[in-house]
Design a protein around this ligand. Structure first.
Ligand SMILES: Cc1ncc(COP(=O)(O)O)c(C=O)c1O
Length: 400
């Protein structure tokens, strides 16, 4: 019982339960145990030095007051140019509102475009904040499934179409996906675009991992015919420039929607942190050796982790070409250890081996029809030698 009368709407607010796994892992480490941190999508890679220097310079130059609620002009111009280069789009700075991180774009998109009672399609398993924000603001969260295919996890455009009702207004698309690392084919994106036009939907394109790619080229739904006027891109500097703790991102989309989001900025945070926006300009326009090295480091970790996971009896792991997540099928491994309950398995593995990971349960409510069991490993916060040591320990635990 609490003595405070909290607002009723809080009963609908979810959270990112992966943070609870971090707390548990930290407690395990504080008790003197070794921990292999595969649980959180944070990085143990430093922000490139030229970005740190640019922010320090901006601070010394007096960029310490408020700036425009849309963000610094030069950054908006640099970002429009950068996105046009990678997406083949035609954005101008008026299509961009800088945000304190990529995450705020989710809630602001929903606040701007969803009325209570509207239905919103979202990926499941998927980033848990979608479900939380849709329901918090009184919408109906309607999941569409990602299922394991031969080379990547996949969604089914026909299943999405079957879930559409007269109340469906919005769809959230997270191609290059957390937690599965999934990537849609050009054909799938095209069919998704046609469906969006047919049903007059607006789209949140969560492109948090657009630039975290090791092979091939990223494609954006927003660059397909007729899509730019229907898509708001969630852009973030967090992963591409190893800036997770700086909190800087952007909403990129049709000018009318961006103006509404910029007004939400005024009401929420006034403006994003002023001087760090100069680090982002340096990131986009300056020396690119930092982001290049980051991809090299992450790719080596991916390969080490996938190779080792696939030697473990009862585990099967795809090799995503993008993101820094792995989503191995652990159905048989869990059965071998006598577990059908995700949390019991996760807690036991942490206690016995120090290997800390999330499970499918941390990524939205499972549908009743899922037959396979999955765990999620992130490799952005753990070095190659620790990946090796941790996964060999995990192998012994599963096979022993
Ligand atoms: C799919 C997805 N979207 C958005 C975000 C938010 O990123 P940030 O707020 O750090 O830019 C994350 C972070 O992990 C993510 O995984």
């Amino acid at each position: 019982m609490t003595k405070y009368r909290f607002a009723d709407r809080l009963s609908r607010l979810g959270t990112e339960t992966a943070f609870a796994v971090s707390t548990e892992a930290a407690a395990h480490a504080a008790a003197g145990h070794k921990v292999y941190p595969f649980h959180l999508g944070d990085m143990n890679i430093r922000t490139p030095e030229n970005l740190i220097e640019a922010a320090s310079r901006a601070m010394r130059d007096g960029k310490t007051g408020y700036c425009s609620n849309y963000g610094v002009t030069e950054l908006r111009e640099a970002l429009a140019e950068d996105i046009n280069g990678s997406h083949g789009t035609d954005y101008a700075m008026e299509n961009i509102a800088i945000q304190p991180g990529g995450k705020p774009v989710i809630g602001k998109f929903i606040l701007a475009l969803m009325n209570p009672g509207d239905e919103v399609l979202y990926p499941n398993p998927g980033y848990p904040i979608y479900e939380s924000q849709i329901e918090f603001h009184g919408g109906k969260a309607v999941p569409y499934q990602y299922v394991e295919g031969a080379e990547t996890f996949e969604f089914d455009v026909e299943e999405i179409e079957r879930a559409i009702t007269p109340e469906t207004r919005l769809i959230i698309v997270n191609d290059l996906q957390n937690p599965t690392g999934a990537e849609a084919s050009a054909e799938q994106l095209k069919r998704l675009g046609e469906l969006i036009l047919r049903h007059d939907l607006l789209v949140l394109c969560d492109e948090a991992y657009f630039d975290i790619r090791y092979e091939g080229a990223s494609k954006s739904l927003a660059s397909l015919d007729g899509m730019a006027e229907r898509c708001v891109i969630l852009y973030t500097f967090s992963k591409r420039f190893a800036m997770t703790g700086w909190r800087l991102g952007a909403a990129v989309g049709p000018r009318e929607i961006i103006d509404v989001i910029a007004n939400l900025n005024v009401n929420d945070e006034s403006c994003s942190n002023h001087f760090i926006q100069y680090a982002a300009i340096e990131g986009l326009r300056g020396d690119q050796s930092g982001p290049r090295q980051l991809l090299k480091t992450l790719k080596a970790r991916r390969d080490k982790a996938v190779d080792l996971l696939n030697t473990i009896s009862g585990l099967r792991c795809l090799r995503p070409r993008a993101t820094f997540y792995l989503f191995p099928n652990a159905t048989e491994a869990m059965a071998k250890k006598g577990f059908s309950d995700y949390e019991a398995f996760r807690a036991d593995a942490l206690a016995q081996t120090g290997v800390s990971f999330c499970t499918r349960l941390h990524f939205g409510r499972p549908s009743g029809e899922e037959q396979n069991l999955y765990i999620r490993l992130a490799y952005a916060g753990i070095d190659v030698d620790q990946i090796e040591e941790g996964l060999l320990t995990f192998k012994e635990y599963i096979e022993g």
